[in-house]
Design a protein around this ligand. Structure first.
Ligand code: ADP
Ligand code: ASP
Ligand code: MG
Length: 422
């Protein structure tokens, strides 16, 4: 007998038929003698609708109240599944984040889990209940409801798995595993049998929404094996596991793209010491993560400073910078949220040159203009216009021959290469 955590994403609980299907899958696992903890997302599209609704009330809705509202999406599906299981004569109980004692910081909308413990799950399992937990939510020290950022139910599942020391964390979604490319974009995508935490972290941080990045961080830290699989078909999916030395040999192992970015430019900024601090300090104070920064060379004592932020923080960041621009005497602020960041990643890039050139040539071959570039030891990212995002992924995927099966290692190798777009 094992303790199994099963998480079902939005499309897997999109309507009552789908929830019925989930109930069958959960009871199958339970009937095999396993203890089961189920983590649920909101029905597909519900979180987006809730956000839109809130924006009809206020352009920048109060973050605490928005989290109270957002948490209702997962509350609905958890209650419905528990109800359904009871109708099927299974002992089941739904629990919300605060009842499971998912303790987070107070960063509303993007809270981090600090601790999970002392909740009623072990007791309920002891009495052979199926426990159904609303994902994506927790509460802070003052008992306020918090949410964990978009895609946060993945993190709820892995964190609860780690807290309970469960045997397996199954993430059920609308694709049957992790592919060499987002299978919804790249027809030639190849399914991976396994992928390392490292590789998955890189992909997730660069836009592959199949797993939320924090869920992979948790899994790596606590050694939680994740099985990403489909709730629509029965096949085995992809295992996310400890890194294999074989991975090192792959120069470029993935192409990702992130459309959830926005770009802000402060135009004609006075070129003097302390200005960058004035621009970025209030952004940091608001808890907004800046990714890329570029500054043009000064002309006439002024330059332009451009940076990228997550799209969700774009309205707030624009509001901040409009105030800053007036304070520092910049000519103005321009912003665009129809951009995408395409990245080529690979641990093997540390010891190989020529990857950037190949990437730029591939984008140029399709006349895709590069707006911003940033590099690290193991990745190169380019900001391009959003309308070219899918094309760019496909072009780069082919240029780096990710559709080809890498040479097979002796044993226990990871799938090697991947590409995707969020
Ligand atoms: P859920 O609602 O189940 O959490 P998500 O929409 O968050 O599902 O994540 C699943 C989606 O991730 C897929 O539909 C797919 O489009 C996307 N995706 C991006 N990159 C990949 C990849 N490399 N492999 C598989 N799916 C990917
Ligand atoms: N419902 C939340 C979202 O859409 C959390 C999740 O699905 O994981 O982002
Ligand atoms: Mg998701």
């Amino acid at each position: 007998m094992s303790l199994i955590v099963q998480k079902f994403g939005g499309t897997s609980v999109a309507n009552l038929n789908r929830i019925q299907h989930v109930a069958k899958r959960v009871t199958q696992t339970y009937d095999q003698g396993n203890d089961v903890v189920v983590i649920l997302s909101a029905m597909a599209g519900v979180t987006d609708s809730i956000i839109q609704l809130a924006h009809q009330v206020a352009p920048l809705p109060d973050k605490r109240e928005l989290d109270v509202l957002l948490a209702t999406g997962e509350q609905t599906t958890a209650a419905l599944l528990a109800m359904m299981l009871k109708e099927m004569n299974y002992p089941a109980q739904s629990l919300l984040g605060f009842q499971v004692k998912v303790l987070t910081d107070d960063r509303f909308g993007n809270a981090r889990i600090r601790d999970i413990g002392g909740g009623p799950i072990p007791d309920l399992l002891q009495r052979r209940n199926i426990v159904v937990v609303a994902g994506f939510q927790g509460s802070d020290d003052n008992g306020n409801i918090t949410t964990l950022g978009r895609g946060g139910s993945d993190t709820s599942a892995v964190a609860i798995d780690a807290a309970l020391k469960a045997d397996m964390c199954e993430i059920y979604t609308d694709v049957d595993g992790i592919y060499t490319a987002d299978p919804n974009i790249c027809q030639r995508a190849r399914k991976l049998h396994t992928i390392s935490y490292e590789e998955m972290l890189e992909m997730a941080s660069l836009g592959a929404k199949v797993l939320q990045i924090r869920s992979v961080e948790f899994a790596k830290k606590y050694g939680v094996p994740i099985h990403v699989r489909s709730s629509f078909v029965d096949e085995e999916g992809t295992m996310v596991v400890e890194e294999d030395s074989y991975m090192e040999r792959v120069v470029v192992s993935g192409v990702t793209c992130d459309k959830r970015q926005a770009r802000i430019t402060l135009v004609q900024v006075p070129d003097r010491p302390g200005i960058a601090h004035k621009i970025f300090a209030p952004i940091a104070e608001a808890g907004i993560l800046v990714d890329m920064i570029i500054q043009t060379s000064p002309a006439g004592g002024r330059n332009d400073i451009t940076f990228t932020v997550p799209q969700t923080d774009y309205p707030q960041a624009m509001q901040i910078e409009e105030r800053v621009a007036a304070e520092i005497g910049a000519k103005g602020v321009q912003g665009r949220d129809d951009i995408a960041k395409v990245s080529v990643t690979g641990l093997g890039m540390k010891s190989h040159s020529g990857v950037a050139t190949k990437m730029f040539a591939a984008l140029a071959s399709e006349n895709i203009n590069i707006r911003l570039i940033s590099t690290s030891e193991i990745r190169i990212s380019c900001v391009i216009d959003e309308k070219y995002a899918e094309l760019a992924v496909r072009v780069l995927h082919s240029a780096f021959e990710l559709d080809r099966e890498p040479p097979q290692p002796e044993q226990g190798a990871s799938g090697g290469a991947s590409a995707c777009c969020a």
